[in-house]
Design a protein around this ligand. Structure first.
Ligand code: DC
Length: 219
């Protein structure tokens, strides 16, 4: 069974998708981390986003992997652990622009679909229910009030090196949502057959329970 969880940043997608996958003993795939990893490589290798042949070469060699290390998930590009660097402010500021490129989306969607063939998986992202797995058995779309989402992101980032204020985080998040929702290639939007859950006033456990109840009902 394929379960898709889409929605904007700060709705709790990653934590919720991971917990749902663990409860069901399903695989879990964070597609945002993939777009972040490509963005990191583009910045690091100083690739010009307008240069399609350089992008093609990069995408052909791109090897992304999620591994478990003592219960924690780590993200790898080939043998490099990129778990921390893909969350940097620089990557966050550029990832929307990178993920709007059709050539990049096409390559990553192919990897995601290949992974989906391995069996039961919870896929988390922006276009999982609309484009990548339109036939998924259960689709969830998470939302939350912008101020709540910004506060969650701010608390996540507070201990890292970034000097952002909560207002900076809110403004960057709104800018990224706008870009992700209005781009031409696979914009962020709710699939018609997705279940909408507003997580603003719910705990993680409450959202997970709702999703598990929906799964039970759909079987
Ligand atoms: O979930 P996240 O914040 O880590 O995602 C980072 C960016 O990647 C987000 O701004 C939009 C993009 N993304 C996408 O375009 N399609 C996906 N399936 C997942 C993420």
């Amino acid at each position: 069974m394929i379960i898709t969880i889409d929605g904007p940043a700060g709705t709790g997608k990653t934590t919720i998708a991971e917990k749902v996958a663990a409860k069901l003993d399903y695989r879990y795939f964070d597609t945002g981390a993939m777009y972040r990893a490509v963005t990191y490589l583009i910045i690091n290798d100083k690739i010009n986003l307008g240069n399609e042949s350089e992008l093609e070469t990069l995408l052909k060699q791109f090897q992304f992997d999620i591994r478990k290390d003592e219960g924690n998930k780590r993200y790898f590009v080939e043998d490099q652990d990129v778990t921390t660097v893909i969350r940097s402010r620089e990557v966050t500021q550029h990832v929307s622009e990178v993920s709007a490129k059709p050539i990049i989306r096409a390559a990553l969607v192919e990897i995601q679909r290949r992974f989906g063939k391995k069996g039961d998986t919870v896929f988390e992202g922006r276009d999982m229910g609309t484009v990548v797995f339109p036939e998924a058995e259960l689709k969830i779309f998470l939302t939350a009030r912008p101020a709540v989402r910004a506060e969650r992101r701010y608390l996540e980032l507070k201990d890292s090196v970034t000097q952002s204020t909560q207002e900076d985080v809110l403004q960057e998040l709104l800018k990224r949502d706008h870009f992700d929702s209005t781009r031409e290639a696979s914009p962020l939007k709710q699939a018609e057959d997705a279940h909408l859950i507003d997580t603003s006033d719910l705990t993680i456990e409450q959202v997970v329970d709702r999703i598990l109840a929906l799964i039970k009902r759909s079987k």
